[in-house]
Ligand binder design. Structure first.
Ligand code: KIV
Length: 277
């Protein structure tokens, strides 16, 4: 496998050549290593970590410090994949200055390659300012979990012609503002295909059909480590949680009945030394 870091130019070339782009979330050092070794193009340190790693009800409470902490671990575990740091709720909405400063932390402190932020046309000025400061931005439209309350819940977006056209226009505005890639979450397949055709930058789908330039899933959903709920768009490739539970129960039972540790797990000392104690 080519060990050179994936670049924005590589991702753009993939779109132009009609080759699919892969993205996976990761939030810690060992997982980042696995994703990197699997040849996945980009790692998203998503604010979904609030739910799958920290046990919050939603992504809303996630803080900048929590994001930076996890991004640092992911960057330490990555050598090839392009690492995207997800800007948490209220880290880019308050003012342009705050948005640029917080985006800078992902690059300077954590070592990410770029940031991602949620929102359409209304966020284009923020994207422009962050890109203007030299920080690449991946946009995120459709179902934007940080503002799910405003969207009246976790629902498919762009189902009628008016809201669909708003999303097409948002994608164009974000591209024009300098975003290098757009994540599209929970929108009709046909609309995702239309946006993918209309913009020149790569689109990455999650619940947006197969015609996007690439696909992303949340790691914990893919490997069966998040059991609270599973969205319709998820494909679970392996169900690890029951296997891990089984191993933990076996450990508990073996300790309780004296089967673990065995002699092969222990250390010996010379007999003459043993006699002295
Ligand atoms: O936070 C996240 O993991 C995301 C993906 C669902 C795209 O934004």
């Amino acid at each position: 496998m080519d060990q050179k870091k994936v670049t924005i130019a590589d991702l753009q070339k993939k779109k132009e050549a009609g080759q699919k782009i892969t993205m996976m979330t990761a939030y810690d050092y060992p997982t980042a290593g696995l994703v990197d070794q699997a040849g996945i193009d980009t790692i998203l340190v998503g604010d979904s970590l609030g739910m799958v790693m920290l046990g919050y009800e939603s992504t809303v409470p996630v803080t900048m410090d929590e994001m930076i902490h996890h991004c640092k671990a992911v960057c330490r575990g990555t050598s090839r994949s392009f690492v995207i740091g997800d800007m948490p709720f209220m880290s880019y909405q308050v003012s342009i200055e705050k948005a640029v400063e917080n985006a800078g932390r992902f690059i300077k402190e954590a070592g990410c390659e770029c940031v991602k932020l949620e929102g359409g046309t209304e966020m284009a000025h923020v994207v422009r300012a962050i890109v203007g400061a030299g920080i690449p931005v991946c946009a995120h439209i459709g179902l934007t979990p940080q503002t799910a309350t405003k969207l009246s819940g976790f629902k498919v977006q762009g189902k009628d012609a008016e809201s669909a056209m708003e999303l097409v226009n948002s994608a164009k505005a974000l591209e024009e503002a300098g975003a290098f890639m757009i994540v599209m979450e929970c929108i009709p397949d046909l609309l995702a295909a239309r946006i993918t055709e209309e913009v020149n930058i790569p689109t990455i789908g999650i619940g947006a059909g197969k015609d996007c330039d690439g696909q992303v899933l949340v790691y914990h959903d893919l490997v069966g480590l998040f059991e609270r709920f599973t969205p319709k768009f998820v494909k679970q490739y392996i169900n690890l949680a029951p296997k891990i539970r089984e191993a933990l129960v076996q450990f508990r039972e073996e300790v309780e009945n004296g089967d673990f540790p065995g002699p092969e797990h222990g250390f010996t000392m010379k007999e003459e030394e043993a006699k002295k104690i």
